[in-house]
Write a protein that binds this ligand. Sequence first.
Ligand code: HEC
Length: 192
Amino acid sequence: LRQASLLLRIPAAASLMLCAACGDPMYERGRLRPLDPTPFFPDGTTARRLVPGTVPRDEPATAVTETRQKFANLEELPVPLTRRLLERGREGFEIFCSVCHGSSGHGDGMVVRRGFTPPPPFHIERLRTAPIGHFVDVVTNGFGAMYSYADRVPLADRWAIAAYVRALQLSQHAPVSLLSPEEIERLPEEAR
Ligand code: HEC
């Protein structure tokens, strides 16, 4: 009998809790339903767009293919190239990429020295001439033995990293003509 009366009390308590919210202006006030119009947001709708760079956890294969088409052939950085962007890119590269690709992109990071498949150096002709979008594409979709970093590196940071990879490439292949006369002076005879 005691158990039965306990069971009876549970729904009673639950309905009490529900009614605690009934007609409460604090609960009702300012609540917006999906797709309701609202003057609150500049675009006049309660429906919010996804934050740029949002990546769904269960991204279907088709979405991945679309992303591939979007990035792989892009020749130009879609954001201004600034020192800040390159520094952001260096930070992301050091955290996410250097463990395999090495700090200067020669493909000799610690994980590789411990036995992981070595990546190609970023300094080979094919990767030096690849469009910058290829790097964003590889980080987004993965490439062969390398898995995707899309869920760890937001899209804006992938571009920053791609810009930094370009800087690394230049660091190993800078033409002498980019140097000042004083810098050329400091080069060994055969490199001038
Ligand atoms: C766990 C190790 C690992 C990490 C971390 C890693 N990569 Fe890779 N990456 C590889 C391997 C291995 C390959 C070669 C894959 C293959 O050819 O099968 C590769 C290939 C590449 C390529 C060359 C693709 C081509 O066209 O040959 C690029 C570009 C690249 N990675 C960029 C990055 C960037 C940028 C990051 C950081 C966001 C990163 N990788 C992080 C292992 C890694």
